[in-house]
Design a protein around this ligand. Structure first.
Ligand SMILES: Cc1ncc(COP(=O)(O)O)c(C=O)c1O
Length: 373
């Protein structure tokens, strides 16, 4: 059996009617940039998120740095985040000229460890950037408390947890803004790149709208800005897919439960942790081998057996070439958990279109490896 890592084409076939209809509507409208489909999708997105505003931009990385710039974050400012994330989290800080300060992640959730944040705060600290890694919402109430105490901003990197929530709150509701990536492999994915910012703050909404459109609020009038807009075609595709997001995330959760039930007695790796009462949406289902050297052996064994397992992310940001890029970038405290995660993480195939038979095959092969290891 062959089990791929993504279900993009299967998903397209399942939602073809709705997606094709929206593409057709945009093509026939003649309005492809900043048109009515973008406006419609932004409205639907804000409604879904439970925030006042949603602004479509070119990609998730732009969503982050445009938000930082809208908040006035720049040279001389520090932003606290963690290093077991996709490179773009830190890259977006670097683009603004601000400085990354890294603390370790929580060993179970893999999100930022709130108990490590205060030690990293200096008079230059401007913002905390929690990443909702793998689809698990970070401990936002704890992060909110720290931000309130020290008068800091919070910008959530929500590239990986669209549709996840905490206990009694949604992503985007306990922060200044949350930034979303719609790159194809995300739970809500365009057929290419896309991104958005959700926020309750009118000033962020206004500033980002201006920055994404060449610093313009009125035709032919500009201040310095950029070009980063979500195309109407992608807005239409995302609008069609948004209607299916909760059902898709429910299936991911069922598949995760199936993996967890099947793998619970395995001896050579640990299984993902979900915070009780939170809605983890399993953008990725990541197990960690108990020996660092086993990661690549397990991935190769699965690939040899037709299963496309991957690794998110084998090199933590502070271990990347050229670190510390940017003035004063630094790590505060040991990075034990982030480094362990990088050395041991194995992502199993996870998408709503994965069949129960395929999931069971993955479980059987992982157990076969476990019995031999
Ligand atoms: C955690 C995280 N942050 C930021 C990004 C950047 O998003 P994009 O690729 O849309 O620029 C991604 C994904 O690609 C991501 O996984």
């Amino acid at each position: 059996m062959k089990v791929g890592f993504y279900g993009h084409v299967r998903q397209y076939h399942n939602l073809k009617k709705e997606i094709d209809a929206n593409i057709q509507a945009v093509l026939e409208s003649g309005e492809y940039v900043m048109g009515p489909m973008l406006k419609r999708f932004e409205g639907e997105l804000a409604k879904y998120a439970g925030t006042k505003h949603a602004i479509g931009v070119g990609n998730g990385t732009d969503a982050l740095w445009l938000t930082f710039m809208a908040l006035g974050i720049g040279p001389g400012d520090e932003c606290i985040t963690h290093t077991n994330t996709f490179f773009a989290t830190a890259e977006a800080v670097w683009i603004t000229g601000a400085t990354c300060v890294f603390v370790d992640c929580d060993p179970r959730t893999k999100c930022i460890d709130p108990s490590k944040i205060e030690a990293a705060i200096t008079p230059r600290t401007k913002a905390i950037i929690p990443v909702h890694l793998y689809g698990q919402c970070a401990d936002m109430p704890a992060i909110r408390k720290i931000a309130d105490k020290h008068h800091l901003l919070i910008v959530e990197d929500n590239a990986q947890a669209f549709g996840a929530s905490g206990k009694g709150f949604k992503i985007g509701q306990l922060s200044d803004a949350a930034c979303i990536s719609f790159i194809i492999q995300k739970n809500l994915g365009a057929f290419g790149d896309g991104g958005a910012i959700i926020t309750n703050r009118d000033d962020i909404d206004r500033q980002v709208r201006k920055l994404r459109n060449h610093g313009s609020e009125k035709r032919s009038c500009h201040s310095p800005g950029f070009n980063s807009r979500l195309d109407d075609l992608h807005a239409g595709i995302l609008s069609a897919k948004l209607k299916a997001i909760d059902a898709g995330n429910d299936v991911r959760r069922q598949l995760a439960a199936r993996y967890t039930a099947g793998l619970r007695n395995a001896r050579h790796f640990t299984l993902p942790y979900a915070i009780p009462g939170y809605r983890h949406i399993y953008h990725l289902y990541v197990i960690e081998t108990k020996k660092a050297g086993d990661r690549d052996i397990l991935i190769k064994f699965l690939q040899d057996n037709g299963i496309d397992a991957k690794c998110h992310y084998p090199i933590a940001i502070h271990q990347q070439a050229g670190y510390p890029w940017g003035k004063g970038a630094r790590i505060v405290g040991p990075m034990t958990n982030a480094e362990w995660n990088a050395a041991t993480c194995v992502s199993l195939p996870m998408y709503p279109e994965l069949t129960a038979e395929e999931a069971d095959y993955v479980v059987a092969k992982v157990l076969e490896w476990d019995a031999r290891a």
